[in-house]
Design a protein around this ligand. Structure first.
Ligand code: FMN
Length: 328
């Protein structure tokens, strides 16, 4: 899988998720087998660039290359400026968000709302591609609603504008996250453009990844929610695609090691106050489905310090490891 000058180590990509794919999580997924990880979206509104949140989102220090940064907005000039701003700060790929249905994004006519206005899509893509030297990629849904699935037309506009890869989430904007993602539109897009196409939506297992790759003929798959609390899913999929065999589930001991390392990186990146709060959702995901998980989450979500959060989390996972050892 190649994007511009970058040959990715494999064809498994971590999807951009606001509030989730911060630098610590991206790096963790890369370490565990993702071939690329796209940053959380950065607004194209320059008034926000000085904010702590946006500065953190644009922080890529020490990250494995290529560093892909997603921008969102609806004004071609502002999007071009945002692309330049991020490329100047180390972005090696600029990804444009036309796939996010969030109200906050759609109300200002950005994200997937843009799919309605194909002429504007063309102007934004041309402005961004023309503004930076680095490759530009695009993320879309299959269309605005089921009656107007225009992914093929958008894909051709993108290719013509010089976009170098296209990720498609197999739902329309109106679908939100309901129902199952469909892959027929993605397969059709793949036959109609020459640029690399990346399939996204509901890929939750190695088997599903293989099935989607084969069914659609796409170049890569993108995984979002299935990596929450399971960042090792990339290594599992890579192994399955290579060998046809499933890796055994990681032991509790290994999950504990990965998770505690992740928490320390969150505390270092955000500081104690934000770090503890951001860590809560990851701890919840890591502990999902574990015996006693609900009681543990109820307790751990109430503590406010790194020391308490770590102590409770370590104790919970030590208990699980003992259980696993007794059962073996
Ligand atoms: C919490 C969350 C935040 C998201 N934020 C973004 C975003 O900032 N930009 C974007 O293009 N898509 C965003 N998405 C959509 C995902 O990138 C992806 O397209 C979607 O979750 C479907 O893939 P999945 O089934 O593998 O999760 C977000 C999804 C979630 C669950």
């Amino acid at each position: 899988m190649r994007i511009g000058p970058y040959e990715l180590p494999n064809n498994l990509i971590l999807a951009p998720m606001a509030g989730v794919t911060d630098r610590p999580f991206r790096q963790l997924c890369r370490d565990l087998g993702a071939g690329m990880a796209v940053s959380e979206m950065v607004s194209s509104n320059s008034l926000l660039w000085g904010s702590e949140k946006t500065r953190r989102r644009a922080d890529h220090e020490g990250e494995t290359e290529p560093k892909s940064v997603q921008i969102a907005g609806a004004d071609p000039r502002m999007m071009a400026e945002a692309a330049r701003h991020n490329a100047d700060r180390g972005a090696q790929i600029i990804d444009i968000n036309m796939g996010c249905p969030a109200k906050k994004v759609c109300n200002v006519m950005a994200g997937s709302a843009l799919l309605r206005d194909e002429a504007l899509v063309g102007r934004i893509l041309e402005a961004v591609v023309g503004a930076v030297e680095v490759p530009v990629t695009l993320k879309i849904r299959t269309g605005w609603d089921k009656a107007s699935r225009n992914a093929v037309r958008i894909a051709r506009i993108a290719e013509q504008a010089g976009v170098q890869a296209l990720a498609i989430h197999g739902r329309t904007r109106a679908c939100g996250y309901k129902g199952e993602a469909e892959y027929d539109t993605i397969a059709e897009v793949k036959t109609r453009v020459g640029i690399p196409v990346i399939a996204n939506g509901d890929i939750k297992s190695p088997e599903k990844a293989k099935q989607v790759l084969e069914y659609t003929g796409v170049d890569a798959v993108m995984i979002g929610r299935a990596a929450q609390g399971r960042p090792w899913i990339f290594r599992e999929i890579a192994h399955y695609l290579r060998t046809g065999e499933r890796l055994p589930e990681p032991s509790v001991e290994e999950i504990r090691r990965i998770m505690i390392g992740h928490l320390h990186n969150l505390y270092a990146f955000y500081g104690e106050y934000r770090g503890v709060r951001i860590a809560r959702k990851h701890i919840s995901w890591y502990s999902k489905g574990q015996p006693g998980g609900a009681v543990f989450r109820d307790r751990v979500n109430r503590v406010e310090t790194v020391a308490e959060q770590l102590a409770l989390t370590e104790a919970f996972f030590d208990g699980l490891a003992e259980r696993e050892a007794r059962a073996a």
